[in-house]
Design a protein around this ligand. Structure first.
Ligand SMILES: [Zn+2]
Length: 310
């Protein structure tokens, strides 16, 4: 018997399995999709909606936690394929969903043409009359299951998180860090903050994590990757690391090899914490699983340093 109030995790397949999640939330025969992967993930997401037994015309909402492309890149093609869906997006993100010119140009500049074609080809504008702007505390009505959108800057200024009172769980996008299931141990989940470019702000990130914890959540569903429990411990782990990462960045400021110093510092920080968490072969596992994120985190910390210097 199909659970009419199910939450289904969808692996968007971006880069590798277990990296980038979307979520399908159901209520009384209607559904909402939360985050959706990059443009080239659109078909995978549609196939997963079909596999969940949810008719495409039963999807009323597509909520994107923020407009980074691994969360919102597939919005254009999906809004076309889901005839009744409206896109719910932060006020700072909405203009970029209606006219993705800047997002496309930015992605080409960051990734180059070849990777753009692989991961982002097929990005499309979303018609303005299909867009709902979610101010802080906006409530999405999903057939008797209210989904509350709360402004959570820190990772990005165009980021909200979604509170599902029915399960006392947040859909937190990138606000509550990265936690890959490959790094779980008997202690539980291993987490690191995500400070990827270009709007990381440590004070805002601390405050947003506290905002999530203030509701005493049973679990938090993050984009990278999946549902985590033990939220108080994870929040404490994130707070400590945000401060340590800022210290690493500040110590590298003014050096010619600033980027390499920050990458080194982050690698050492995460490796020491992974070993203490009981992860075997911590240096190799951190390099293999978090290597890409370490570079992104370093780049975001550098953007933040440069903003402080202005
Ligand atoms: Zn992001």
């Amino acid at each position: 018997m199909h659970d009419r109030n199910a939450i289904t995790i969808i692996d968007t397949g971006y880069v590798r399995p277990g990296l980038c999640a979307a979520y399908l939330v159901e209520s009384a025969g209607r559904a909402a999709l939360i985050d959706c992967g990059t443009a080239t993930c659109a078909q995978t997401v549609l196939d997963a909606i079909d596999a969940a037994g949810v008719p495409r015309d039963a999807v009323d909402w597509l909520l994107v936690t923020h407009v980074h492309l691994d969360h919102a890149g597939a919005a254009g093609p999906l809004i076309r394929a889901l005839p009744n869906a409206r896109l719910v997006v932060h006020p700072r993100g909405a203009p970029h969903m209606i006219d993705p010119t800047k997002l496309i140009a930015g992605a080409k500049a960051v990734y180059g043409e070849a990777m753009f074609e692989r991961d982002h080809a097929g990005m499309l504008p979303v018609a303005e009359d299909r867009v709902v702007v979610a101010e802080d505390a906006h409530v999405v009505e999903l057939a008797g299951r209210p989904l509350l959108c709360i402004d959570t800057p820190g990772h990005a200024l165009h980021h909200y998180s979604v509170w599902d009172a029915a399960t006392r769980s947040w859909f937190a996008g990138d606000t509550f860090g990265l936690s890959y299931r490959e790094l779980d141990t008997s202690t539980g989940a291993f987490t690191v903050p995500t400070t990827s470019p270009v709007q990381f702000d440590p004070d805002q990130m601390h405050a947003s994590i506290d905002k999530l914890l203030a509701t005493s959540p049973v679990s938090i569903r993050i984009a990278h990757y999946g549902e985590v429990t033990g939220c108080e411990r994870l929040a404490a782990d994130l707070h400590v690391q945000i401060d340590a990462m800022v210290t690493i960045a500040q110590a590298a400021q003014g050096h010619d090899d600033r980027h390499a110093r920050i990458v080194d510092g982050l690698t050492q920080l995460y490796t020491a914490r992974a070993a203490a968490h009981g992860i075997d072969d911590a240096a190799a596992r951190v390099h293999g699983i978090l290597g890409g994120d370490i570079v992104l985190n370093a780049q975001g910390l550098e953007v933040w340093l440069d903003r402080q210097a202005r």
